[in-house]
Design a binder for this molecule. Structure first.
Ligand code: PLP
Length: 373
């Protein structure tokens, strides 16, 4: 391919993506979700990770407003430079208590949290063992760490045991709920295996609204996000104080970036309060009931409908959109070739009628075989 300028290079690359059917664009949805308008037409979104609808909760919105009034918009700089607001430290205390850990540290996003944690705990003398379906932020964190990276087959703890037996200083990292398949890691067995090999365990609990529960371990840190179940924006890591304080001092994605806005931080703090209250239990039960209607026995609110070829997934998503249901088609490189899928994410904010419509739409598509798979 010949090109002479960067603009020509970009055009050539873009043409390649278009030819491969992998060109992506951003939709603009208006409204508060999950009921939006798209190009003036009503749609119900089954695409968001706002699992409990807390981004719309009146108390969450009110406390974000209050923080905005009190502190203004931006945090100004990194917390080690300009200091935080009280709400940053308060949320860290609440997150540590929620996760049963000594300390927590906020990052601007969950993505940044994984980069920061893995780059501090990894290093040239460390072997990181990472599940093959871990999130992109874990993959990039592994790369950044300069550790030796060993990929184990998805949820295959026998394979992991072989890799651990070969390592001298090891760290195991896994999503607890896998973001494109909605299946879960066996955390008890993982913790046992790590303990047997003296390995650090790093859990990414970004999607863990329905579990699984992490076992207690002093050689473990728990990464999470404020951007999904808590309906705001930001990430965090919680764990033993010694580890968290070292991460605070060394993690470049914490040190060299502006802190989360006070409004987002306050929103997440109030959302966490709701989650841990009886009202939160009701919301979680409601979400569980929706999941059971769509796929009985499924452990998470992410329900994939694997259809195979990219075009099949794109056509299915388009057909659902025609009837006002936004269910994204997920395709390579996000998932392996031949496993393109619809990715349904459910929320307690969906009404029973929304779920009726989703089931009817999938039925019309004949997607139920894949759904039961
Ligand atoms: C498993 C997992 N970890 C981390 C992240 C990143 O979280 P955030 O959106 O807060 O950056 C995501 C987001 O999609 C995720 O699915």
């Amino acid at each position: 391919m010949t090109w002479t300028t960067w603009t020509e290079w970009a055009a050539t690359e873009a043409a390649g993506l278009r030819t491969a059917g992998r060109w992506r664009t951003i939709r603009t949805l208006d409204g508060r979700g999950p009921a939006f308008t798209l190009d003036g037409r009503p749609v119900v979104s089954f695409a968001s990770n706002d699992y409990l609808g807390l981004s719309q909760h009146p108390a969450v919105v009110a406390d974000a407003h209050q923080a905005l009034e009190r502190y203004g918009t931006g945090a100004g700089s990194a917390r080690l430079i300009v200091g935080g607001r009280p709400v940053h430290a308060e949320l860290e205390d609440d997150l540590a208590a929620w996760k049963g850990q000594q300390r927590a540290l906020l990052f601007p996003t969950g993505f940044a949290a994984n980069l920061g944690v893995l780059s501090v705990l990894g290093g040239p003398d460390v072997t990181i063992c990472s599940d093959e379906l871990n999130h992109a932020s874990i993959i990039d964190g592994c790369r950044l760490s300069r550790a030796t990276v060993e990929i184990y087959r998805h949820r295959d703890l026998d394979h992991l045991a072989v890799l651990l037996a070969r390592a001298t200083r090891a760290l195991v990292v896994t999503d607890t709920v896998f973001s494109m398949d909605g299946d879960v890691a066996d955390l008890d067995l993982l913790a046992e295996l790590c303990a047997a090999h003296g390995a650090m365990l790093v859990l990414d609990e970004a999607h863990a609204v329905l579990g699984p529960e992490a076992p207690a371990s002093s050689e473990m840190v728990r990464v999470g996000t404020l951007s999904k179940t808590l309906g705001a924006l930001g990430g965090f890591v919680a764990g033993p104080a010694a580890l968290i304080e070292l991460i605070l001092n060394r993690a470049r994605p914490f040190i060299f970036t502006t802190a989360s806005t006070p409004a987002d931080t306050a929103a997440a703090r109030t959302a966490l309060g709701v989650l841990r209250s009886p009202e939160g239990e009701v919301l979680v039960a409601r979400l569980r009931a929706h999941v059971a209607r769509v796929r009985a026995g499924h452990p998470s609110p992410i329900v994939p409908v694997v259809l195979g070829e990219e075009q099949r997934a794109l056509d299915a998503a388009e057909a659902l959109l025609e009837v006002g249901l936004l269910v994204p088609a997920i395709r390579p490189p996000t998932v392996p070739a031949g496993t393109s899928r619809l990715r349904i994410t459910l929320s307690a904010a969906h009404t029973d009628a929304d779920i009726d419509r989703l089931l009817a739409g999938l039925n019309t598509l004949g997607a139920f075989d894949a759904l039961d798979a």
